[in-house]
Write a protein that binds this ligand. Structure first.
Ligand SMILES: O=C(O)COP(=O)(O)O
Ligand SMILES: [Mg+2]
Length: 221
């Protein structure tokens, strides 16, 4: 039986908040504006770069300036499209992906990070060799929580399966796609675990192969 497993990227496979925070503050400094805190940056992640910069613009009180968003977003993309410097894989990710491969899973990615930095990060961390299909924020005209990118990745893998992510956006996306959701609890969610609809939850990647085996085993039984 087909075992499709699709992952979110930021806050799920990689802890990228430090690089996103750094890039946002490089932009703010270039504008002579006050920097944002790490906690602010972390809370702005989830709906892609454009929304992150909209929140930055609001945080520094520039929402009245119509040029601020496009200008800061262009600077941010320039700053962010480079090799990750402060980003790390969550512990156990590579082992878990190797074990999922042994279980015969077809794996893919559905992220709200734009294509260019997505592919730089996947290659940097050696994740690309495990992922047969990828949808980023700009792959389709719509992005998460619209279910279309997730459904496209599942289709590219051969059929529906499990979505694994860390946020409110991911839980909503899986729900709208009619797919089961596994919540990684150590990412960038803002709500309590119980408020995010999920079939499974895990706080360390060494738990995921067991969850996946149980999920598809139950379907086979
Ligand atoms: O870059 C973002 O805002 C979110 O990215 P993610 O969908 O991989 O969590
Ligand atoms: Mg995420």
């Amino acid at each position: 039986m087909l075992k499709s497993v699709v992952f979110d990227l930021d806050g799920t496979l990689i802890d990228s908040a430090p690089d996103l925070h750094r890039a946002a503050n490089v932009v703010l400094r270039s504008e002579g504006l006050p920097e944002i805190s790490f906690e602010q940056a972390r809370s702005f992640i989830g709906k892609g770069a454009s929304v992150l910069i909209a929140r930055v613009v609001e945080a520094v009180g520039l929402q009245g300036d119509p040029d601020a968003h496009p200008r800061l977003l262009a600077k941010f993309m320039h700053e962010y499209e480079r090799e990750p410097a402060l980003t790390v894989l969550y512990p156990g990710v590579i082992d878990a992906l190797a074990r999922l491969e042994l279980l015969g899973c077809a794996m893919g990615l559905c992220t709200n990070k734009p294509e260019a930095p997505t592919h730089i990060a996947l290659k940097h961390f050696g994740l690309d060799r495990h992922l047969r299909a990828v949808a980023s924020a700009d792959t389709l005209p719509v992005r998460k929580p619209d279910p279309a990118p997730l459904m496209k990745v599942m289709q590219d893998l051969g059929g529906p399966g499990l979505y694994v992510g860390d946020s409110e956006v991911d839980a909503e996306t899986a729900d709208r796609a009619g797919l089961p959701f596994a919540l990684f609890t150590e990412g960038y969610r803002k709500s309590p675990i119980r408020d995010l609809p999920h079939a499974y939850a895990f706080d360390h990647w060494d738990q995921l192969p067991g969850i996946v085996a149980q999920h598809f085993g139950a379907l086979e039984a």
